[in-house]
Structures are given as C-alpha cells and as structure tokens.
Write a protein that binds this ligand. Structure first.
Ligand SMILES: [Zn+2]
Length: 414
C-alpha cells in the first residue's frame, strides 16, 4: 500500500474559516491516515514537499451529465453509443483535470461508466449516478417530437443512440414505481425526477407541474425502501413545494424559488443544487451549437433568478451544493460557477458548496470534501490561496500542480 507524506503546505480544510500553517498529512492506501500539527514520521511514505502551496480536498460537482455530449439534446439521436462513451470519457478526464475528483451525475451516466472509473479503466471523477431521469409523457425528459404519433412505450427503440440515456418516461403510480425500481436494479445512487418544465426541452412550459403528488410519493417510497433518495428537477416554487411535501430530498436548479418554498425546504432538511453557469453559458454560446429559440427563450426566464435563489436559500438556511449542469461543448465552463457565485457569496462558502455540502448531499460526510483522517485521499495542491482568489480554480486545472484521487497521484507536476 503506497503512502504519501505531505509537508510544507497551507491547509485549506473547508470546515475552518482560514488556511492553517504548520500541518502535515499522511495518506495510506486510498485514505487520509492522519493530519497533525506535529511532525508525522513514517519510514515508508513518499515525502511530498508542497513548497508552501495550498492543500485542499478534491472538489465535488453535484450536477453534471457526462453522457450529454450535445448542447442540443435532440442531436443525441445522431450519436451512437460508442461515440457517446468516448466523448463521456474525454469529459470525465477534463473534470478530473479541473480538480473535480467526485461528481454526481443527475441523468445519463449508467453503472457501466461508473464501473469503468472504479476499476481504473478510465480516468475520471468518482461517479454517483441517477441513471435515466424519470418523468411524465410530455415532460422535460420526453424525447418524442410532436410529430411522433406513437405512445412512448410504442416507439421503436431509442436504444441505439445516446438518447437512450436521457429518459425513462412513466405515467401513473404503477409505471413510476416500475421505472424507479428499474433504475435501482441498474445500480443507481439516487433517483432523478422531472417535476417542472426545463430549458433544454422544446415543448414543456417552464412552469408546468410534472408528475402528480401520488407519482412522486411512490417514487420516494420506493427509493427509500432501497436505501436511495430522490432529487427533483424543479424551477418554480409550486414544483419545489410539491417535491418537499412528497418527501423529495434534493432540488436541482430551483432558480425561481421564493421565501416560503425555501423555508419549507429548510424545515424538511433538503438540499438545493444550483448551477448558474449553465444559463450564462447557454445565453452566450448555445445557439451556435444548435439550441433553438424556444429553449433559449426559457433560458432567459430563469437566468436572473439564479443569484437571487442563492440569497433566498442562505436566509432560509438551505444548504446549496455546487452544480454546473453544462451540456456538451459548454462543459469547459465547469469551474466558472465559482466566479459567478462570488458576486453574492463569500469564497469560503462557495468552496464549502463544492466540498462539505456536496459530501452531505451524497451521504458521504467525513469521507469526501474534507482533509480529516479517515476521508478518501482526494487532494488538490493549489498555487495560491483560493480563499483570496477563485481564479485559481479556472484555466482547466493550470493552477493545480498536484491532483491525488483515491490515494493515487493522478497529476504530479511540482
Ligand atoms: Zn441537469
């Protein structure tokens, strides 16, 4: 078992408010074995002199789609599964290069790609997956065109192209139950429900309420019976409130949230995952990648709510995780969320959203997003102090000379 002894660094443990001097940290196998303000001695460990740079835990992005390799979702119909997988592998490596050692996929990634990362066949972040999002006919994840006259179950297969991973359409309590059980049979870590309209789907109004309370309740019951939880795509207070009342644990996006909905979320112990960067990136560049005018018009309805949603959640006490939700060619902007949030939030809180809060959302508190003993040895070395300069997370990992994941040195350019 290889061991590494880190010396001479500024420690950025996100539960503390400032970086600390004078610590040493030793990893053994895949774990952090000890962190101490006294010298650690080890006969066998490889010593890494960090040269005074900042050591922090690996980042967590709680809303990604590694398989959605096109900005325009309908274009996925033209992407074969081999190409989808190859592009996903490239995207995952780029995420790891940016310091994201863990990501939560909220629709698309399956157990196969998760397994590929886990067994070292592909470099990439640890994956926590939703499989296919479950939503109703005509909802955010219904792939059919209006000219398709068949019911969803009567369509010839979507299984030969990347659209296969974007949807699990189910109507009625029994069908939703079956859909949720099927995703869990396929090894998902959480269930994603579509509970309001979305930007990247052409037909469903943003303020539409998707899935009935009965359908959502059965999904939550099934997920909890299996030891999983439900997270819901929702923009409006009405959709968020319905989700909260039915036992959903997480809200994705939530741009149009209001104070009562946020208070209800806080009361129920729920999490919001915000992803403001997606809307800015879509406004700037989605048209060139084929996103149509209807979708871009919906983007304008939510973009201004983004920063306000952060402030509302802060006042109500709702923990907000770091998300990006960037599709296809826009994924290079993944770390820009740090900069956007800094307009309304202190740096340390943004860093916590991408470490401690992400870990709680994944139910991996103490194992991810922290430098404490017993946590996974996912570590970043930063050329400067991110508490003073979030620009250090930009430029595709250029300011991270060392990235360790699971106790292994993925990048070592000191
Ligand atoms: Zn998404």
């Amino acid at each position: 078992m290889s061991a590494y002894l880190f010396k001479n660094f500024q420690m950025l443990e996100p539960s503390m408010d400032e970086v600390r001097d004078g610590y040493q940290l030793i990893t053994e196998g895949g774990l952090i074995k000890e962190v101490s303000d006294k010298p650690i001695s080890s006969a066998s460990a490889t010593v890494i002199d960090c040269g005074g740079k900042t050591l922090m835990p690996g980042l967590i992005d709680s809303h990604v789609h590694v398989y959605l390799s096109e900005v325009s979702i309908p274009t996925l119909e033209k992407v074969p599964l081999t190409l989808m997988t190859a592009r996903g592998a490239k995207q995952m490596k780029a995420m790891l290069d940016r310091g994201f050692t863990t990501v939560r996929d909220t629709g698309g990634a399956d157990w196969g790609i998760k397994q590929a990362v886990a067994e070292g066949a592909l470099p990439g972040p640890r994956l926590y997956i939703a499989g296919r999002p479950v939503g109703p006919s005509g909802g955010h994840s219904d792939p059919r065109r209006r000219t398709d006259s068949k019911t969803y179950s009567g369509m010839s297969c979507f299984c030969c192209n990347a659209m296969a991973f974007t949807h699990n359409v189910a109507d009625g309590v029994d069908n939703v139950r079956r859909a949720v059980r099927e995703e869990m049979r396929q090894g998902v870590d959480h269930i994603k429900l579509m509970m309001s309209g979305g930007v990247a789907s052409p037909y469903d109004p943003l303020d539409s309420l998707q899935l009935s309370p009965e359908e959502v309740t059965v999904a939550v019951q099934e997920a909890e019976s299996f030891g999983r939880y439900v997270t819901a795509h929702a923009y409006t207070p009405e959709a968020i409130t319905r989700a909260a009342q039915c036992g959903v644990r997480g809200i994705e996006h939530g741009n149009l949230i209001d104070e009562p909905a946020a208070r209800l979320m806080a009361e129920k112990g729920m999490f919001l995952t915000a992803n403001l960067v997606a809307y800015y990136a879509m406004r700037e560049r989605a048209a060139q990648f084929g996103m149509n005018a209807d979708m871009l018009a919906k983007n304008e309805l939510v973009i201004d709510g983004g920063l306000r949603s952060l402030e509302i959640c802060k006042r109500a006490g709702v923990p907000v995780a770091y998300g990006s939700d960037l599709l296809g060619q826009l994924q290079v902007d993944q770390s820009r969320e740090f900069l956007i949030r800094s307009e309304v939030m202190p740096h340390i809180e943004i860093i916590r959203s991408a470490t401690l809060i992400g870990a709680r959302l994944l139910r991996m508190e103490g194992k991810l997003g922290t430098l404490k003993a017993g946590a996974f040895a996912d570590l970043l070395l930063i050329s400067g102090n991110p508490l003073k300069n979030l620009g250090l997370f930009q430029d595709q990992g250029a300011h991270m000379p060392l990235i360790m994941q699971d106790g292994k040195l993925y990048k070592h350019a000191l």
